[in-house]
Design a protein around this ligand. Structure first.
Ligand code: ZN
Ligand code: ZN
Length: 410
């Protein structure tokens, strides 16, 4: 895939150096220019998709340069972001009149700048929740707002046609309908965290898998005995289900994966084992500097009392896996007082998850895998408690409770 090109024009060499590093690391091809008078010629050769231009520069100022770019036929599709330490509304307006696509004030955090670049280039990853409930589907009037389908999320990466799915709980049924409402032909990858029912029992109802010509690769950990493929074949066999896997129509392939780093059809995927019964993985997907983590079933055990902490090593391993992620979707099945009675069941109390995410400098946390006993009112209350918890402890992290049907931009 061709790299997107970003040009930065600023007379401050320090800023040019930092932005070159930030954008290159995020997977962009970068050109930095310190002399605005010569910039236009270089931009015409480089043909950037996006130009970051400082407002105040000797020679030609940023707004004039923006006007020249927008007036040029060769650069008509180049997006422009003006950045400046000046906070005057008049400058912002003039930049807009000259066709600037955005105005950014200094000082800025490089993450905000990257996010702006991605959103301007329509490059943000989209995550859609098709099922957020843990353990068993809960179709009832008490579960309307947050949804009753079991885990399934869809990840959409710009410029990528194939579908990426994490887990195949009952939510995958509606995802299948959604996909077929767009077109008939689909290829993609289905990443399974583990083989507990709530993560696989939607597979027989994923309609795109019944159409010849379609193709899906199913990835996940092998169970302690047998293989991933055998486990799914058993689910799709008599007496459990009348249609066999081989009769589904689409071409289904399997890839067993374990802890470590993997390249999957050009995607950077990393896995570590979750603290959950059986072979269970947590996934990290990296794309152009953006890190997204899916960990629906994982128990973060609280610190031991009296200085004893046998979980310290495991907790540090998780923390470092989550470190700096842009989005962490994590098991938060229990309230703290419920957790005490269910310790060792493989699920977390939400307060432990918030603490871990905050220590790992996560940007956005989504509390996931809701307990079947928690109705909409309980989850509303959890959401409020979580906001109060963040506020009281001055934790600068966005956190929310996963809702079926919700779509996020990462
Ligand atoms: Zn589960
Ligand atoms: Zn499980």
């Amino acid at each position: 895939m061709e790299l997107k090109r970003i040009a930065v024009v600023d007379d401050d060499e320090g800023i040019l150096k930092i932005l070159h590093k930030v954008f290159s690391k995020a997977g962009y091809e970068v050109l930095t220019l310190s002399r605005s008078v010569e910039a236009m010629e270089a931009l015409l050769r480089f043909r950037p998709h996006l130009a970051f231009i400082d407002l105040m520069m000797p020679g030609i100022d940023g707004i004039t340069l923006c006007g020249q770019i927008k007036a040029s036929q060769e650069l008509s599709s180049t997006k422009v972001i003006i950045f400046s330490a000046k906070k005057f509304l008049a400058d912002r307006r003039t930049a807009q009149q000259m066709g600037a696509d955005a105005y950014f004030e200094k000082p800025f955090h490089y993450r905000d700048l990257l996010e702006k670049a991605r959103s301007i280039l329509l490059e943000q990853i989209r995550v859609r929740f098709w099922g957020v409930r843990g353990s068993i589907p809960t179709p009832s009037p008490r579960h309307v707002l947050y949804g009753g389908n079991t885990p399934c999320i869809q990840v959409r990466i710009p410029d990528r046609e194939s579908v990426l799915i994490f887990d195949a709980g009952t939510g995958i049924r509606n995802l299948g309908h959604f996909l077929l409402s767009k077109r008939r032909s689909w290829h993609g990858h289905l990443f399974l965290t583990h083989l507990h029912w709530d993560h696989i029992h939607g597979i027989p109802f994923f309609d795109p898998a019944y159409l010849t010509g379609n193709g899906f690769m199913i990835l996940g950990p092998d169970p302690p005995k047998g293989s991933l493929q055998e486990a799914i074949e058993i689910q799709m066999s008599t007496p459990y289900f009348p249609v066999g896997l081989q009769d589904m129509g689409a071409q289904l392939t399997f890839r067993s994966i374990t802890e470590g780093d993997h390249m999957v059809d050009g995607l950077e995927i990393s896995c570590i084992a979750a603290n959950h019964p059986g072979s269970t993985l947590m996934y990290r997907l990296r794309h152009q500097g953006c890190r997204l983590i899916y960990a629906p079933d994982n128990e973060i055990e609280p610190r031991g009392k009296g200085g004893m902490d046998p979980m310290a090593g495991a907790r540090e391993k998780m923390r470092s896996f989550f470190e700096g992620s842009d989005l962490l979707i994590h098991d938060a099945q229990y309230l703290p007082d419920e957790y005490d009675k269910r310790r060792g069941w493989g699920h977390s109390s939400w307060t432990e998850v918030v603490e871990m995410a905050s220590q790992a400098n996560v940007r956005r946390l989504i509390l996931f895998h809701h307990d079947q006993h928690h109705g909409d009112e309980d989850l509303d209350a959890l959401s409020e408690s979580c906001q109060a918890y963040l506020y009281e402890r001055r934790i600068a992290m966005t956190a929310s409770v996963a809702r079926e049907g919700e779509e996020l931009l990462v």
